[in-house]
Design a protein around this ligand. Structure first.
Ligand SMILES: Nc1ncnc2c1ncn2[C@@H]1O[C@H](COP(=O)(O)OP(=O)(O)OP(=O)(O)O)[C@@H](O)[C@H]1O
Ligand SMILES: [Mg+2]
Length: 339
């Protein structure tokens, strides 16, 4: 089997957190529901605090969990299952022997019945674990396009053992048909961008407790309006403050001061898009707002509605306006270095 390369063990460790990071009651409640439902999906764009919320929950609740940070090189069923098995083995070392033996005999070309076998073996072996298992898959978007992984996960979700709780943190929402069924049965715990964004009081707390900065009510309003509660943006602004005369200086010219943030986004989001999307974003980066009219008439593109829908699904808009056909661009030239 292909997955014989040594596994990178740091991908199986819960990310470290800092004590001063902000805890939020509403979010903690949703996190606690992880053990009440078979599946939890935490879905929001880059830097909204998904991994942090999970790491804080695990630490604060002293919750044993099997953590797996997925990367794009895991984008097939064998590497994915090798890591998933190793993640479960961090708590239950005897897990997965039959599954691993079976995988070792498989070749690269995977048949449908082998996928069924892989899910049956996984399910049956989890049944041998006599206690609750929490499995956290972080950065699921890195492998979202893998057909085999999606089929395997859907099979698992159809027949989830009652003591297994799966948590998926992702920038994009999985398109599994089984989700509708889970939702109808009230078996899906959904955490969204709305749950993750920081309110004004939380921004104030983040600045005072974490960054030791105090700001006026007016400045807080401005900061909230600029960042819309996007925690990575708030953090980056806070880091720049000691290098400025005042917050007013930064608020007067937020785009320039958010340069670091957009560098991060260029690396984290833009560089990981397929070439077609990268090209589209480059061509449209002169616009702050984008609509099908702009794309079709000004840029002479065809079928831009599908592209805009894809961008919306991938959270590449800061804000969507008026349905799925227009939005405010994350990568506009006013705020980024692309193009
Ligand atoms: N509760 C918090 N208190 C303080 N800072 C926070 C908190 N949550 C997030 N942050 C800050 O925001 C940054 C981004 O958060 P995090 O990495 O959790 O986002 P993410 O949604 O997992 O992003 P990605 O999609 O890139 O994985 C963190 O590195 C941290 O600096
Ligand atoms: Mg993350």
């Amino acid at each position: 089997m292909q997955g014989t390369l040594p596994l990178i063990k740091t991908k199986l460790i819960v990310p470290g957190i800092q004590d001063q990071w902000i805890r939020r009651a509403k979010l903690s409640k949703k996190m606690k529901a992880i053990t009440e439902k078979p599946l939890t999906i935490i879905q929001a764009g880059a830097g909204y605090g998904k991994s942090t919320a999970l790491a804080l929950h695990v630490k604060d609740q002293n919750q044993s969990c099997c953590w797996y940070t997925i990367t794009s090189s895991d984008d097939d069923i064998l590497p994915f299952l090798s890591y998933l098995t190793a993640a479960i083995q961090t708590l239950f070392p005897n897990f997965g022997h039959e599954l691993i033996t079976y995988m070792k005999k498989m070749d690269r070309y995977i048949r449908e019945e082998e996928l069924s076998m892989l899910s049956s073996l996984f399910i049956n072996e989890t049944l041998q674990i006599p206690e609750k298992i929490i499995v956290i898959l972080d950065d699921f978007q890195a492998i979202e396009h893998s057909y085999h992984i999606n089929v395997w996960l859907e099979k698992l979700l159809e027949h989830m053992p009652g003591h297994l709780h799966l948590v998926i943190a992702t920038r994009t929402k999985p398109g599994w048909r089984v989700l509708a069924k889970l939702k109808a049965r009230n078996e899906l715990n959904e955490v969204s961008k709305t749950d993750l964004i920081f309110g004004k009081e939380e921004i104030e707390l983040l600045l005072s407790d974490f960054h030791q900065i105090s700001i006026s009510g007016d400045q807080l309003d401005q900061l909230y309006n600029i960042t819309e509660g996007w925690v990575i943006a708030i953090g980056m602004i806070a880091q720049r403050l000691p290098h400025l005369q005042s917050l007013d200086e930064l608020l007067a010219e937020p785009a320039k001061s958010l340069e670091d943030l957009f560098q991060y986004l260029v690396y984290e989001v833009f560089s990981k898009q397929p070439p077609m999307i990268q090209q589209f974003l480059e061509q449209t980066s002169i616009f702050e707002e984008l609509s099908t009219d702009v794309c079709d008439h000004i840029l002479g593109m065809n079928g831009s509605i599908q592209m805009l829908e894809q961008l919306t699904a991938k959270n590449l808009f800061i804000q969507q306006i008026g349905g799925s056909s227009s939005g405010i661009m994350l990568f506009s030239a006013n705020s980024s270095r692309i193009g």
